[in-house]
Ligand binder design. Structure first.
Ligand code: COA
Length: 391
């Protein structure tokens, strides 16, 4: 192992939606004290997809800047992680491959295990690059999170895609071994094939998440991982940003540390900046936490960051990534802030109409309203086929 090159995240870019719903608008509609959203769950707004946006348009928009900057040489695999899949058979990654004009000598596959899927993709990508360090793998995590209107989960929706270019000698994060892994068969959150909105037992999901934190940390420790005090920061999956705080306090307690709130804020604070205004982006969430961390902290050269990826159902993984020296020269901070700032606020009526929108299933020609100003759009559903356009 000593002579093997480091492998990890060479570049990271994210995209989100055309529209945004501030939580003040939701609170006004349903009579909730805004303190519950802002401070109780830690959410300020949520990204809302236009009718001509989906996991493909967001995934392509996230990945295009990586291909522009690095070219596509050596990309022989695309791993597309999602739990809001648009097709039961065809990988959403194939549409992205086509929109980006990538080489036919590519394998493309879609991965699913709730919000954990992108971490499986990242680990599989690391394995592929270790086998052939000349190759690079495009990992895309893209999701639109949808819960029932007027349900407790409604305030924790959102949408985004993160694209990671995984390769040898990475400019951002070196993914380390070992990993701590954990699986438990629980029904905290799931979405049967016949439903568009997820079913969730919120309190069960908080408990299942905490159990998975301690389970994956225990395995990480048993595999010979680092000690808690070695980490400069922690990126947690954030279905709502206060969940990261609950998880970190639980981990500190489990490890026999007192819960020092200054330490909790220091370890987590910067990681919630994007998720608190984008909302739950499922598979992308933990890597949005990483983007926010790298974009805001300038003291992470050669320092380890802990990652806790959780996917309901449930699977979790704890692993460490050491930040590469000079990482700040490779960030996309301005583009990331623009992706958030360019969103247009919608009122409650428009949000509700977008939430209720679904395509007829008759196989007819169903063009979409041209709403998005992003680089790619879903132009129509025609003969049961999704028709995408580059703008
Ligand atoms: N001011 C400040 N805080 C307030 C408040 C107010 N006016 N009113 C309530 N709160 C706090 C509560 O005390 C609670 O905090 P705590 O958890 O630290 O005790 C928090 O706000 C949420 O209140 P709660 O009554 O539990 O909210 P809820 O029943 O609406 O459920 C979720 C909240 C997050 C469980 C729900 O939105 C949900 O299920 N979301 C989906 C989660 C998910 O996707 N899980 C699967 C993936 S991990």
């Amino acid at each position: 192992m000593a002579n093997e090159p480091a492998v990890g995240i060479h570049d990271l870019s994210f995209a989100t939606t055309e529209f945004v719903l501030p939580h003040t608008v939701l609170a006004e509609h349903n009579g909730t004290d805004i303190g519950k959203y802002h401070h109780g769950i830690g959410q300020w707004s949520m990204s809302v997809a236009a009718a001509d946006e989906d996991i493909v348009t967001m995934g392509a928009a996230a990945a295009a800047p990586l291909v522009r900057r690095h070219g596509s040489d050596g990309i022989r695999t695309i791993l597309f992680a999602t739990e809001s899949s648009i097709d039961q058979a065809k990988s959403a990654g194939i549409y992205v491959h086509s929109l980006l004009g990538l080489d036919s000598a590519t394998r493309v596959v879609e991965l699913k295990q709730a919000c954990y899927g992108a971490t499986a993709a990242l680990q599989f990508a690391v394995g592929l690059v270790r086998r052939d360090p000349g190759q690079r793998v495009l990992v895309i995590a893209s999701d639109v999170s949808k819960y029932e209107l007027d349900s407790p989960g409604e305030a924790t929706q959102g949408a985004a895609a993160v694209a990671l270019l995984v390769g040898a000698d990475p400019a951002l994060v070196r993914v380390e071994e070992p990993s701590g892994v954990f699986t438990a068969d629980v029904m905290d959150f799931w979405r049967p094939n016949y439903r568009e909105a997820a079913l969730v037992d919120g309190q069960e999901s908080i408990g299942a998440y905490l159990l998975a934190v301690q389970g994956s940390w225990k395995d990480y420790t048993e595999q010979g991982g680092r000690t808690l005090d070695e980490f400069a920061a922690f990126c947690y999956h954030q279905p709502f940003t206060k969940m990261a705080y609950k998880a970190h306090r639980h981990l500190l307690n489990y490890c026999g540390h007192g819960v020092d709130e200054d330490r909790v804020s220091r370890d987590l604070g910067p990681t919630t900046a994007y998720n608190s205004v984008i909302g739950n982006s499922y598979t992308a969430s933990v890597y949005l936490a990483l983007a926010a961390l790298l974009d805001q902290r300038d003291d992470l050269d050669d320092r380890p960051v802990g990652f806790l990826s959780y996917g309901s159902g449930s699977v979790a993984e704890f692993f460490a990534g050491t930040v590469a020296p000079g990482y700040r020269d490779h960030l996309r901070t301005t583009a990331h802030r623009d992706a958030i700032d360019r969103r247009k606020p919608v009122d409650y009526v428009r949000y509700r109409a977008l939430h209720e929108h679904s395509f007829p299933t008759d196989g007819g020609d169903h063009p979409t309203l041209a709403d998005t100003t992003g680089p790619f759009r879903l132009a129509a559903l025609r003969g049961h086929k999704r028709i995408y356009e580059t703008r």
